[in-house]
Design a protein around this ligand. Structure first.
Ligand code: APR
Length: 246
């Protein structure tokens, strides 16, 4: 039995599963990831674009980047991998999804218990006072400093994502940690496990006696500690889970 069949068999038996997803979960929906050959960070350094420093020191580049990323969300939909995870939750097997993704596709697929530990590109807020703002505000082109989107308090309106150098949302992270500490298995899908603290979750799961399973196109630093490693595309591997058990 190959790794993919073993994983599917385990997913049919597992009782308390937690899933950790990264950008590789959404590439089959048409969204680029970050570190693959045509990923977002192949053309830019994250710190240049996705940081508080960029927001404050290079705002025109910052707003152009996030307007571009918001445009990428138009017309993308959950893929069979997202739908399979929502099905596993409906079957009572999947306790929660901890996602690094900010695209909202897990929720769109019908998953209810989703912890967005890197925030969400579907929301916007004031960088100074924290007030929420419609994300459409960030779709307007910003071509001069006089056009920067500002809150009525005068602060800059920024996407609801965690920028490099910022703390992760405390509530989402603490719930994610509690779930990983008590799961029977952690399934890691579509992440290079390069960014902390998300990348510390596999070790946390193993330290609490959980099994570790991986679905990824390329090797990850935790493959050696995993019981099952499926080298493949998330939607292709998980797609059969959306069909009732034959
Ligand atoms: N199926 C499975 N794996 C895939 C697929 C796919 N269809 N497509 C890509 N991958 C794999 C790639 O091989 C890569 O190892 O998904 C991984 C994506 O890794 P990254 O591009 O580094 O994305 P991610 O791990 O989510 O990045 C983490 O870094 O830039 C920050 O905040 C950003 O949340 C992001 C964090």
């Amino acid at each position: 039995m190959d790794a993919k069949d073993r994983l599917i068999q385990e997913l049919r038996r597992v009782e308390r599963l937690v899933v950790l997803t990264g950008a590789g979960m959404s590439t089959e929906s048409g969204l680029p990831d970050f570190r693959s050959k045509d990923g977002l960070w192949r053309k830019h350094r994250p710190e240049e674009l996705a940081s508080v420093d960029a927001l404050l020191q290079r705002p025109l580049l910052f707003y152009e980047f996030y307007r571009y990323r918001l445009g990428l969300l138009d017309g993308v939909a959950p893929n069979p991998g997202h739908l399979a995870l929502a099905e596993l939750e409906r079957q009572g097997k999947l306790h929660c999804i901890v996602t690094q993704n900010v695209d909202g596709l897990h929720t769109q697929a019908g998953s209810r218990n989703v912890y967005e530990i890197h925030g969400s590109l579907r929301q916007a807020r004031c960088h100074t006072c924290g007030r929420s703002h419609p994300v459409e505000t960030l779709r307007k082109p910003v071509t001069s400093l006089s056009e920067l989107p500002r809150c009525r308090c005068g602060g800059l309106i920024r996407p609801g994502v965690v920028l490099f150098g910022e703390m992760l949302p405390e509530d989402a992270l603490s719930r994610a940690i509690a779930a990983v500490e008590t799961c029977d298995a952690l399934l890691v899908i579509g992440t290079s496990l390069q960014v902390y603290p998300a990348a510390s979750l596999p070790r946390l799961a193993l330290d609490h006696g959980a099994r570790l399973w991986v679905i990824n196109l390329t090797p990850t630093p935790y493959d050696a500690f995993a019981d099952i490693v499926v080298t493949g595309k998330a939607a292709e591997v998980l797609g059969p889970m959306t069909r009732p058990h034959e």
